[in-house]
Write a protein that binds this ligand. Sequence first.
Ligand SMILES: NC(=O)c1ccc[n+]([C@@H]2O[C@H](COP(=O)([O-])OP(=O)(O)OC[C@H]3O[C@@H](n4cnc5c(N)ncnc54)[C@H](OP(=O)(O)O)[C@@H]3O)[C@@H](O)[C@H]2O)c1
Length: 358
Amino acid sequence: MDKKRVAIIGVTGSVGQEFVHSLHNHPWFEVTQIAASNRSAGKKYMDAIRDPSGIISWDVDGEIPEYIKEMTVKTVDELDVSQLDLVFSAVESEAARDIETKMAADVPVISTSSAYRYEDDVPILIPGINDDHAELLEIQKKNRNWKGWIAPLPNCTTTGLAITLKPLFEKYGAKKVLMTSMQAISGGGKSGVSAMGIMDNIIPYIPKEEEKVKIETRKILGKLKDGKIEDANIRVSCTCTRVPVLDGHTESVFVETTKEIDPMKAKATYEQYNKEISVAGLPSAPEKYYAFHEDPTRPQPRMERSVGGGMTTTIGRVEKEELFDNGLKYILFSHNKKMGSAKGAVLLAEMLYKKDKI
Ligand SMILES: NC(=O)c1ccc[n+]([C@@H]2O[C@H](COP(=O)([O-])OP(=O)(O)OC[C@H]3O[C@@H](n4cnc5c(N)ncnc54)[C@H](OP(=O)(O)O)[C@@H]3O)[C@@H](O)[C@H]2O)c1
């Protein structure tokens, strides 16, 4: 089988490096071109990921894959789109807007940036959660007269919340949600927070994050109807904080439901979803989409981040919430660079490939 030729844009960054790792020896996709900013362009990958003092800055567990070491990083303008089947974009959203617009004119783009997330003809996709929204890509393509399309993932904090809410929303009518996040340092990118700023500290504010979580959750849980996404009728309030954890976001969630719910019913619901999850068997899918713990000392970032190759969403501390007539509280863990961005984007590509969209 001929593999699909893919490019990674933003290949030197936190998410870009994770893409390099997630696409290593991939059965369907082959990285044939890579790009980053002018700072890195023209350099071999190994030199492009050195910091200004010459130290290799590789933020992924394990060795740097051989296939990438000698590849030369291009500028976006130097990419040969005629030789590409798919682009993975992992750049900061302001730069991403122009880059993704240019790429999508010729080739499909899967993006981890927020540049296009809030447009009416753009779905925010989480593979396994709202696969049916992918049909909007055809409308988008037509609307914009593009040969490709843009399929963004959500913000990495929305991902875990939407994944855990979906079964509760469908079966128990989740209607109000309160969430406080404890987000990992790597979520801010390679120059996000300084080491001195985060050690022995908690930063109680992440610019734009809370608004993103609110809007995106409603869109992801919404319904595709007459070529549009009708937002879900669910109210979300949240506080997003940065904590001294390297990888993986933890979120404390309170959810009010219309129907009566308790921890055992929730457990049975997640187990049922595990059995029925649409992405089962895809190369990047975890064996278990959801892990449910009754031990009150889980989830913990250090224990959960490698479960299912970082693709399992962990739920623990599940209790009936007495503040509401019906409702639960729980704590979730979701890996921001795996399911929450690069590897989740590769899983999305696999899902779209199976739907013949790539
Ligand atoms: N970090 C996470 O956990 C996470 C999770 C979900 C979504 N995201 C989103 O994913 C995107 C990337 O995040 P990140 O954390 O990987 O950021 P990052 O570590 O700062 O990396 C940014 C990357 O973009 C490249 N870049 C910057 N300006 C560019 C331009 N004009 N043209 C081409 N490339 C350019 C950089 O190249 P140089 O090295 O050459 O400067 C670098 O490769 C952002 O939109 C972020 O919001 C991040």
